[in-house]
Design a protein around this ligand. Structure first.
Ligand SMILES: Nc1nc2c(c(=O)[nH]1)N[C@H]1C(S)=C(S)[C@@H](COP(=O)(O)O)O[C@H]1N2
Ligand SMILES: [Mo]
Length: 317
């Protein structure tokens, strides 16, 4: 991302609408089934069992979903940014199988009542899973539409009871060069860190995703739990989270450290503010030929513009 310009689309990335329609029908038939994480909690699953692809029990949230057609499962799982598994878009799909996602523990600490380690299944069980179809706009000027399954981050934060000193939330990805071979190269300052202001983290659109297309997240998409913040550039949506920390001061985030003039803390999608090396005015929807205009806050301005009232977005980029 730091070094490359928007990459060109390859033929295998073209969306196949027929595949998508079949998938929808399949999901309608199965989405009521209570499966997946309940089984994990009862101890029936061996730690080595591949989790990706297990069906999730969730309810749709059409109010918070775009009615644009989602990209194909193929696009979403074969064109990824996940530098822990390599810097090219094809690397994560090839290499992320070495990540062990069960069992998985998330450390929650910092400015809060009772710092603790949480089993992933317990975090998931504490809230109703929802499907929300969101646009994802990468800072590299491509975009996708993805049907996530996850939990509102606000639900969890309320349970964690942060103190009044908590102004930001910091997220950290697993650091384990054995499982994440990309971490053996110093392309970024590992582990990957991201952060949100508390009001951004509490916004109803912000979610922690544990699935997509109705099934447990594929490793390359950030299994077993990743952030999704649809009005910000894709790099804010940190994958494979092992730590959530409430802080008083603004977290030092990986991309802002790597290139402070190119990537800011806020990283709100903004077509009027170009990246120093390329325009942000347009984007290529993966699977489409012609570019489309990028929308302010990735099209979520009605919902989120108020968070930044009175702020200079050219300075706070
Ligand atoms: N840990 C980690 N999280 C990450 C990244 C990464 O390299 N490492 N890449 C980011 C970028 S640049 C994008 S665009 C999105 C891509 O998410 P997707 O592959 O699920 O579409 O993940 C983000 N989260
Ligand atoms: Mo990105």
């Amino acid at each position: 991302m730091l070094i490359k310009h928007p990459t060109d689309i390859k033929s295998h990335e073209i969306t196949e609408p027929s595949v998508y329609r079949d998938r929808r029908r399949f999901l309608q038939a199965t989405s009521g089934a209570a499966l997946a994480f309940a089984a994990g909690a009862s101890g029936l699953l061996m730690p080595t069992e591949a989790a990706a692809g297990r069906k999730l029990d969730y309810r749709r949230n059409p109010q918070l979903s775009t009615d644009e057609s989602p990209n194909s499962l193929k696009d979403i799982t074969r064109y990824n940014n996940f530098y822990e598994f390599g810097t090219s878009k094809e690397d994560p799909a090839k290499s992320a199988h070495t990540l062990q996602t069960e069992p998985w523990t998330v450390r929650v600490e910092g400015e809060m009542e009772k710092p603790a380690d949480y089993h992933l299944e317990d975090l998931i069980k504490s809230s109703q899973l929802e499907e929300r179809i969101y646009r994802l706009r990468c800072v590299e000027a491509w975009s996708m539409v993805i049907p996530w399954v996850g939990i509102p981050l606000a639900d969890l934060i309320k349970q964690f009871k942060p103190t009044s000193r908590a102004k930001f939330v910091e997220f950290t990805t697993l650091y384990d060069p054995e499982q994440m071979p990309g971490q053996r190269r110093a392309v970024l300052d590992w582990p990957y860190v991201e952060g949100l202001r508390m009001d951004e983290a509490m916004h109803p659109l912000t979610m922690l995703a544990v699935g997509l297309y109705g099934e447990v997240l594929p490793n390359q998409n950030g299994a077993p739990i990743r952030l999704v913040v649809p009005w910000k550039y894709g790099f804010k949506s940190i994958k494979s989270i092992v730590k959530i920390r409430f802080t008083e001061t603004m977290p030092k985030t990986t991309w802002a450290l790597a290139g402070p003039s190119e990537y800011g803390f806020y990283a709100n999608v903004n077509p009027t503010l170009d990246h120093p090396r390329w325009s942000q005015a347009k984007e290529r929807r993966i699977g489409e030929f012609l570019k489309r205009k990028t929308l302010m806050f990735n099209g979520y301005a009605d919902e989120v513009a108020g968070l930044y009232a009175g702020m200079d977005l050219r300075r706070n980029f």
